[in-house]
Ligand binder design. Structure first.
Ligand code: AMP
Ligand code: ZN
Ligand code: FE
Ligand code: FE
Length: 299
């Protein structure tokens, strides 16, 4: 059983459509993926339809932007209900924040001598509701200002660089509670990757566990082997589920091929059981795992 629980599509800043992601997952020998676009469920229906056709199991998810002590923390939400009003409200605030900062980023880049238009970025974004810096990065690449997304971030778009502008994100613990109240389960994405390491020591993780956090994404390309070992021990002490995932973005992120890290089946079972326990007692339909239809006998 090969399970990859963190995958992006063109519904956010990945470069493959949700249907293409499903096809690629089958080609990569995966049995289960979670589609986890940034702050949006926009890709779920397309991925679910294709997953049913090709016999892949698809866990609807999202990677939600949150903040803890001034640092960005990405929260993977599995089986959340995006129509649960308090969650929907926060997600639309995040999406509006992404929208609102675009003009400011382009203005700052212009001041620094880089002339990229709003229309060029919009074309790159396509129909994705979540405008991300990777879309701007791709325009910088296309215009020859930089060689790739990585250089776009290190020279222009990362915190401290000339094109950086902050944006709205709710507190991590608040979002854990909203995801749970909507019937989902929350896992911290790449806890010791990039910016979030400094705010996520064992004490902070234990407070989030007390707030209802379900798990940690331990196996991830942004973690060194010593990080994964330490995070695995912390997860064990705090009783948290351990996941491993690719964080696939298509051509948008190198070394993050589908299935490059996997989640153990029993860890997925725990995660789904936690989501089910949050969903029990809710009076509305909950988000479900999309499972392949059983084939009739003899086929
Ligand atoms: P945003 O969602 O606009 O805050 O942009 C953050 C996203 O950009 C992350 O979720 C990653 O997918 C991507 N990203 C962040 N840093 C880098 C980097 N150094 N190189 C390539 N992609 C990055
Ligand atoms: Zn991304
Ligand atoms: Fe992330
Ligand atoms: Fe991601």
């Amino acid at each position: 059983m090969r399970i990859d629980l963190h995958v992006h599509s063109t519904a956010s800043d990945g470069t493959k459509t949700p249907a293409e992601v499903v096809d690629l997952a089958v080609a990569a020998g995966l049995d289960v993926i979670a589609l986890t676009d940034h702050d949006s469920a926009a890709g779920w229906d397309e991925a679910a339809a294709r997953a049913r056709e090709v016999g892949l199991t698809m866990v609807p998810g999202m990677e939600i932007s949150t903040k803890l002590d001034g640092a960005g923390v990405h929260l993977l939400a599995y089986l959340p209900d995006p129509s649960y009003e308090p969650l929907a409200h926060e997600l639309s605030r995040i999406i509006e924040g992404r929208e609102g900062r675009l003009g400011a980023i382009l203005e700052q880049l212009r001041t620094a001598g880089i002339d990229v238009t709003d229309a060029e970025v919009r074309r790159q974004v396509g129909s994705a509701p979540a405008i991300g810096r990777p879309h701007i990065a791709d325009v910088l690449v296309a215009r020859g200002y930089v060689a790739d997304r990585t250089e776009a971030f290190t020279r222009w778009l990362s915190a401290g660089q000339p094109g950086f502008v902050g944006r709205y994100a709710p507190a991590t613990a608040t979002m854990v509670e909203l995801v749970n109240a909507s019937g989902g389960a929350a896992v911290i994405a790449h806890p010791w990757g990039r910016g979030s390491r400094r705010v996520l020591d064992e004490q902070a993780l234990s407070e989030l566990a007390a707030a209802g956090l379900a798990g940690l994404e331990v196996d991830h390309r942004d973690h060194r082997p010593s990080d994964t070992a330490a995070l695995r021990s912390i997860a064990a002490r705090l009783g948290l589920v351990v996941t491993g995932s690719s964080d696939f973005h298509g051509a948008g992120k190198v070394d993050h091929e589908l299935g490059c890290h996997l989640t153990a089946p029993e860890q997925l079972d725990r995660l789904l059981e936690i989501a089910a326990s949050h969903a029990r007692g809710r009076d509305r339909a909950t988000t479900q795992v999309v499972r392949p239809r059983p084939q009739p006998c003899g086929r």
